[in-house]
Ligand binder design. Structure first.
Ligand SMILES: Cc1cc2nc3c(=O)[nH]c(=O)nc-3n(C[C@H](O)[C@H](O)[C@H](O)COP(=O)(O)OP(=O)(O)OC[C@H]3O[C@@H](n4cnc5c(N)ncnc54)[C@H](O)[C@@H]3O)c2cc1C
Length: 491
């Protein structure tokens, strides 16, 4: 799996195509569709018996903005510039080119997605949630309202959920995309695992070696190979290397094929990786939203994050605390159990006094009492000088009895996806260790470095959104199509 096959070693190819796409999730399907529409003969290699990947299992949230039809219908003004300002502020400048391109094309990309038959309801879900089982098309899924970002860009919701009730609206995106591919003549080879890239004398990608029903086969790619194989959340060796402190209680999200095989195919051909130590983990305290009015403290009895942060941001800060431990403290006014029961945030107990709670949590003497006194004093004035938690979520925690939930990273059940992967240009071309493009090799989706480098800057939808967009870019660029992206069907 970690080798390449020299082109000259192959006496005869079993098949050939202009563009070979490895992996039939959202990135692969979008790449295949665009390569096909750019005039290519396209072959998708998929390890499972059907397309869909983790994309089909997902909550179907796309991070779209810039003034989409759904945002407009819900009464939100957004622009490419506003979206760009938020994204570079929260996700950093390192991938500013990718962000610029993504934001500038976002409305057209949203329109394209709908034109393929991926539906988004013109409605807004106003409450704090991680995912919803109903069909509203728009919800807030990031840190837009969190300080300092709310002062840098106008906060607007950008989580666009595919219109499909239930736990896996991602299937509502994959079904029409796979149907379009099939209708338009994209060929697919299922139950076929890509085992190596075939490389020419110049080091460029010239094809793919696959294993199918126990046989090795060799497929020639005349124009390019697109790797779209997803993340590496189930690869134990890679996890041990990049996340040495990952506790056994953390669980990967995705199919069993989320094993980083495409990243290894790429690196064997000289590709560079980026952001490999990035992950978004989640075990949200909300819903219900009222729990955000509580405070989160570490084993020193100190707050360390604005509690109104996106759940992945909160989780990232929890991971960094001493012993990866954290407690959610609430008073009688706001007491409720976290609704996402799979997170397994254990209720430690209820307490008549803060001192009792402090002792039971084994916090340094006086630490929690000091933290709460200061928090309560400022909350009564509608302020949070430590972390600037939004005034909507501030209230003094002064109504006993009090309760504590254990929300430690290594006690609760955090679910994660990996964010690092192959390094690509904003044209989805794979880069080598010296920053040069590897000829004929493209990549998109969760096998590439996500725009957000860690859970602190992630927003739900930042995998499906850019994965679909850069998948399209990859398919086009592989076919030499430099026409601007358009929102029209088939364009
Ligand atoms: C429950 C859940 C909820 C989620 N919710 C969201 C959400 O709402 N929004 C969001 O943005 N993200 C979400 N995610 C994450 C997101 O779904 C994935 O990061 C994203 O779907 C990755 O898309 P992809 O096309 O890169 O990979 P995938 O969709 O995983 O597709 C990769 C494909 O490649 C195939 N493959 C792998 N290796 C090989 C190989 N060697 N040869 C041939 N084929 C191979 C796989 O079988 C798979 O079909 C969620 C994930 C899960 C599991």
């Amino acid at each position: 799996m970690s080798k390449t096959v020299p082109l000259g070693d192959i006496a005869a190819f079993d098949d050939e195509a202009d563009v070979i796409v490895i992996g039939y999730g959202i990135a692969g399907a979008c790449a295949a569709l665009e390569a096909r529409r750019s005039g290519g003969d396209v072959l998708v290699i998929e390890r499972a018996s059907a397309g869909g990947g983790s994309s089909a299992l997902s909550s179907g949230l796309f991070y779209f903005g810039g003034g989409t039809a759904v945002q407009q219908a819900a009464g939100y003004d957004d622009s490419a510039e506003n979206m760009y300002r938020f994204m570079v502020a929260s996700m950093g400048m390192e991938q500013a080119n990718h962000i610029r391109r993504y934001c500038d094309d976002n409305v057209a990309h949203f329109d394209w997605m709908e034109a393929q038959g991926v539906p988004f309801e013109r409605s807004y879900y106003p409450d704090k949630a991680v995912f919803i089982l109903s069909t509203e098309g728009l919800m807030s899924t990031g840190n837009e309202k969190v300080w300092p970002f709310r002062d840098i860009a106008t906060p607007v919701p950008r989580g666009h959920q595919v219109q499909m009730a239930g736990e896996s609206p991602g299937a509502g995106a994959m079904t029409p995309l796979l149907a379009r591919c099939e209708e338009e003549g994209v060929r697919a080879s299922h139950d076929s695992i890509a085992t190596a890239l075939i490389v020419d004398e110049a080091g460029g990608a010239a094809g793919v070696a696959i294993r199918q029903t126990g046989q090795d086969r060799y497929y020639r790619a005349r124009r390019g190979v697109v790797i779209a194989t997803g993340g590496f959340g189930v690869n134990k060796e890679m996890l041990a290397r990049y996340f040495p402190g990952l506790p056994d209680t953390a669980e990967p999200l995705g199919t069993p094929y989320t094993d980083g095989s495409g990243i290894l195919l790429g690196t064997a051909a000289g590709a560079a990786t980026s952001g490999m130590d990035g992950m978004i983990a989640t075990a949200s305290i909300y819903p219900p939203g009222q729990l955000i009015k509580g405070i989160i403290v570490n084993t020193l009895g100190q707050r360390f994050v604005a509690e109104d942060s996106y759940h992945g941001r909160t989780a990232s800060f929890i991971m960094e605390q001493p012993g990866q431990r954290a407690f959610l403290i609430v008073d009688a006014d706001i007491f409720a159990y976290p609704e996402i029961t799979t997170a397994h945030h254990e209720l430690i107990d209820g307490f008549e006094t803060v001192e009792e709670m402090e002792a039971r949590l084994e916090l340094p003497s006086g630490s929690l009492a000091r933290t709460m006194a200061s928090y309560n004093r400022h909350a009564a004035q509608g302020r949070d000088p430590l972390f600037n938690k939004h005034p909507d979520w501030l209230k003094p925690l002064d109504k006993g009895p009090w309760a504590a939930f254990d929300i430690s990273f290594n006690r609760s059940n955090y679910l994660y996806i990996t964010l690092g992967g192959l390094k690509i240009t904003s044209d989805a071309q794979v880069l080598d260790g010296k920053g040069a493009v590897i000829p004929g090799l493209y990549a998109a989706g969760a096998c590439t470095a996500h725009i957000p480098r860690c859970g602190k800057s992630y927003a739900s939808g930042m995998s499906l959104g850019p994965g679909s967009y850069f998948g399209r870019v990859a398919g086009r660029v592989a076919m030499g199509n430099s026409a601007p992206l358009s929102g029209a069907a088939g364009a």
